[in-house]
Design a protein around this ligand. Structure first.
Ligand SMILES: [Zn+2]
Length: 429
């Protein structure tokens, strides 16, 4: 294994590469795509294309294209797959992007689970492993579990770790672009601010990219799901906690310190319960998992006719009961939808996105959740442009965040194509 450089790069938009070195200094290089990058991206987008078509589309000389193509053939990223239709002369050789030439690991570290996906270079799932785990209280066990699940995914793939391109990790914490290895001590205090994800880099000798979980969900929906072709939308993750990822002009918007989209800490009621962040009445204190479970217990006495008699109501049971039409469960969901509607409306009035994509466990409720949110939003958005936003559920479902973590790493490879050209490494044991 090559000696580790200790670097954890942070994913950015295509055409931009940011890396953070061990001293915490950030190198941000904004640059246009080189000729080779443009050819690679074009073949990926078209999937099958001839050298002549590349030269025409990219407005490059045939000899430059041939030189770049030879290089890509050598590293196995593309292959020659027969002859295409003639445009008057010799039939051209068709080049095809090889989606399975490399694999990418996407890790979703949630509050109560770890999921790992191995994808090809087009976001298709090659392997999936997940396990429930008390992530918030057990950082060491979580780190070991991440490694185990990564090993299991790689072990089930014929490519093994030698063809691993890179690793993306979604964390349940804001991620500071200057210090992507740090975690919020407020949101997950037991981790004491350290993700120690550089261990993944050391073990697999592959670059590791880190971002907030809701940002990863937004990236996945933008590349492969409900947000395809949409430049301005927000993805709201309704899970243990509440977070949002904002795609602004086609790129994820992280804010100055990486804390953009902390939707769950939007103040709803200054006299409300104290939130994990120390403030009072944040949205998360009304619609986070613990809040919903507590609200169910509190309302029980008001619904003596409810057939639901669970002493320790869980979120899963709440969702099932609401779908079955239980009055108590529906009341809890209705209140949550009302608070969510208020928060979504504030966001629409501020940012005027085209669409709001709701993801996470709560979206299992479908229209039981969506209809009251839409009604509340309609009542709270006075500007018609804001009210026009479409509100829908995620297209990718519960695997969006892990897929988005892998996509973060794919996006980074397009921004830094030399990663693609690294030779396959010896197998990690
Ligand atoms: Zn809060």
């Amino acid at each position: 294994m090559r000696k580790s450089t200790g670097k954890i790069p942070l994913g950015g938009g295509v055409g931009r590469n940011r890396t953070v070195n061990a001293d915490g200094q950030t190198n941000v290089s904004e640059r246009g795509l080189s000729l080779a990058d443009r050819v690679l991206r074009l073949i990926w987008e078209e999937q099958q294309i001839s050298r002549a078509e590349i030269a025409r589309t990219a407005e490059m000389s045939r000899s430059t294209v041939s030189e770049i193509v030879d290089d890509l053939l050598k590293v196995g990223l593309i292959a020659e797959v027969g002859a295409g239709p003639s445009r008057g002369g010799r039939r051209p050789i068709v080049l095809e992007f090889q989606d399975t030439a490399r694999g990418i690991l996407g890790v979703d570290i949630g509050a109560t689970h770890v999921s790992v996906v191995l994808t090809d270079l087009r976001g298709r799932e090659l392997a999936w492993k997940e396990q429930r785990h008390p992530v918030r209280s057990d950082p060491q066990g979580t780190r070991a579990l991440v490694m185990n699940l990564c090993d299991a995914c790689l072990g089930s793939w014929h490519g093994g770790s030698s063809r691993l391109l890179s690793i993306g990790v979604a964390v349940p914490s804001p991620v500071d672009p200057v210090h992507p290895e740090w975690l919020s001590e407020v949101v997950i205090p037991n981790w004491q601010g350290r993700s120690e994800l550089e261990r993944l880099h050391q073990k697999y000798d592959a670059p590791v990219y880190v971002d907030n979980d809701a940002n990863c969900g937004a990236i996945a929906e933008h590349w492969w799901g409900a947000g395809r072709g949409i430049s301005n939308f927000v993805y709201v993750k309704l899970a243990y906690g509440i977070g949002a990822g904002y795609i602004l002009n086609g790129e994820i918007y992280r804010g100055a310190g990486g804390a953009a989209g902390e939707f769950g800490h939007m103040p709803i009621d200054p006299r409300g319960e104290t939130c994990v962040c120390g403030l009072k009445g944040c949205l998360a204190t009304f619609v986070g998992t613990e809040a919903l479970e507590a609200r169910t217990r509190a309302l029980r006495a008001d619904f003596p006719d409810s057939a639901w008699s669970d002493d320790q109501p869980s979120l899963a049971a709440l969702l099932d009961q609401a779908l079955a039409g239980d009055a108590l469960a529906l009341k809890v969901v209705e209140e949550a939808a009302d608070h969510l509607g208020t928060a979504v409306a504030s966001w629409l009035n501020l940012m005027n996105p085209t669409m709001v994509v709701l993801g996470g466990g709560l979206t299992k409720l479908g229209d039981v959740l969506l209809t009251p949110i839409r009604n509340k939003v309609k009542a709270c958005t006075l500007v018609s442009a804001a009210a026009m936003a479409k509100i829908r559920t995620s297209e990718l479902g519960p695997r969006a965040v892990a897929l988005g973590a892998a996509t973060l790493a794919l996006e980074a490879a397009f921004a830094e194509p030399s990663l693609f050209r690294r030779k396959a490494r010896p197998e990690v044991r």
